[in-house]
Design a protein around this ligand. Structure first.
Ligand SMILES: Cc1ncc(COP(=O)(O)O)c(C=O)c1O
Length: 380
């Protein structure tokens, strides 16, 4: 039996840094610094380290990358009656967070080459109620932030970047999370920087937004028992913060390994659409997504060889039952609609070896060859 190649292998990464991670966790337990209350030194350290890494003044840890979007929307004053532009193809949180604050997500189709929100379609969706845009740096590829910021400035819209899949990505050396007024990160275990449970973070240069978010995450408190508003409990905990501080030191090296793996895939794969990096930008390959006809059959062929691919995501947001009330047809978002049935996420993680990439590419290439109709000449 061939060795198993999973979509993501968190165990391989853990084994490389096991001593450091175990020591960090033991330190938190030793100090019983479990909850991310103000003053938790592990949370404070990670927030400082991550803000420094991204290049923002503030980082506020929170419970997950869905809460961080919702908390940011609220801190920016977005609520009932407001519309927020989001890409048609993303993880549901980008849009569900908008619904959670009582506002309306307005979908914009994706770019056919880079798969991020199509900036050329944004203006036609802007109405008097539009308040914000949430570009998603999808799969690790940057949305066209220079163009999006121009549109946002022209129409006085707030930009909240969804960086859940793009830790360390950049355009012209300027990182994801520093383009808009604020940005949201997820540290879900499988992310490029992942905790050992759910975790999220907010980054911004605005003192006001940072203070507001901090209050919302901690029951609306400005100080102990000083509840200035009705907030929620969404804190980064000590153990997750300590783990993230260890892992942050390795993030750039892991990202380089992902980029090299993507180059290797690109050199080996034939006859499928491979990911394109936006010019002058750094794609951090959270996912390596190809487009191929007969996608379900390819998944089966890979599985037969003990290779586990994924689909991110099988249905784009406008066509999910959750948004069925809008009655969208394929013509509303033709790129996202066609894309959703062709995509396959191939195994992608820093520790993937060239031999394993070769194994995956062989199965894909063989499959593609078999799918091609035999030409008249070939049939002779
Ligand atoms: C684009 C995007 N936004 C938001 C989220 C939400 O993050 P979390 O799972 O930490 O709530 C995710 C996580 O999958 C994501 O991929």
């Amino acid at each position: 039996m061939l060795n198993r190649i999973p979509l993501v292998d968190l165990k391989k990464q853990y084994l490389q840094i096991r001593e450091e991670i175990n020591a960090a966790i033991m330190q938190v337990i030793d100090e019983t610094a479990f909850v991310g209350d103000p003053g938790n030194r592990f949370v404070g350290q990670f927030e400082t380290d991550f803000a420094h890494y991204i290049g923002t003044k503030h980082c506020i840890g929170c419970a997950n990358g869905t809460d961080s979007i919702e908390i940011l929307l609220r801190a920016h004053g977005i609520g009932p009656g407001d519309e927020v532009l989001v890409p048609a193809m993303t993880w549901i949180s980008t849009a569900s967070a908008v619904v959670s604050v009582g506002a309306t997500p307005v979908f914009v189709d994706i770019d056919p080459i880079y798969y991020t929100i199509n900036e050329t379609l944004i203006e036609q969706h802007i109405t008097a109620s539009t308040k914000a845009i949430i570009p998603v740096h999808f799969y690790g590829n940057m949305a066209n932030m220079p163009a999006i910021m121009d549109i946002a400035n022209k129409h006085q819209l707030i930009v909240i970047e969804d960086c859940a899949q793009a830790h360390g990505a950049s355009i012209n050396g300027k990182k994801a999370g520093t383009w808009g007024q604020s940005a949201s990160f997820s540290f879900y275990p499988g992310k490029n920087l992942g905790a050992y449970g759910d975790a999220g973070g907010i980054v911004t240069n605005s003192d006001d937004i940072a203070a507001h978010c901090r209050m919302i995450t901690n029951h609306g408190q400005a100080g102990k028992h000083n509840h200035q508003l009705v907030g929620r409990n969404s804190k980064l905990d000590g153990i997750q913060a300590a783990i993230l501080s260890v892992k942050l030191k390795y993030l750039d090296a892991w990202t380089e390994a992902r980029i090299n793996n993507a180059i290797t895939y690109g050199n080996l794969l034939h006859g499928v659409t491979t990911p394109q990096t936006r010019p002058n930008s750094k794609h951090v390959f959270h996912l390596y997504v190809i487009q191929v006809p007969a996608r379900e059959k390819l998944l089966e062929a890979l599985k037969a060889k003990n290779i586990f691919a994924g689909i991110h995501y099988p249905v784009s947001l406008p066509y999910l039952p959750a948004f069925a009330s809008q009655n969208y047809t394929p013509a509303h978002f033709p790129v996202a609609y066609a894309f959703q049935s062709k995509i396959v996420s191939l195994p992608m993680y820093a520790e993937l070896s060239n031999a394993e990439i070769g194994q995956v590419a062989n199965v894909v290439n063989e499959f593609v060859k078999q799918q091609q109709p035999i030409s008249a000449e070939g049939a002779l």
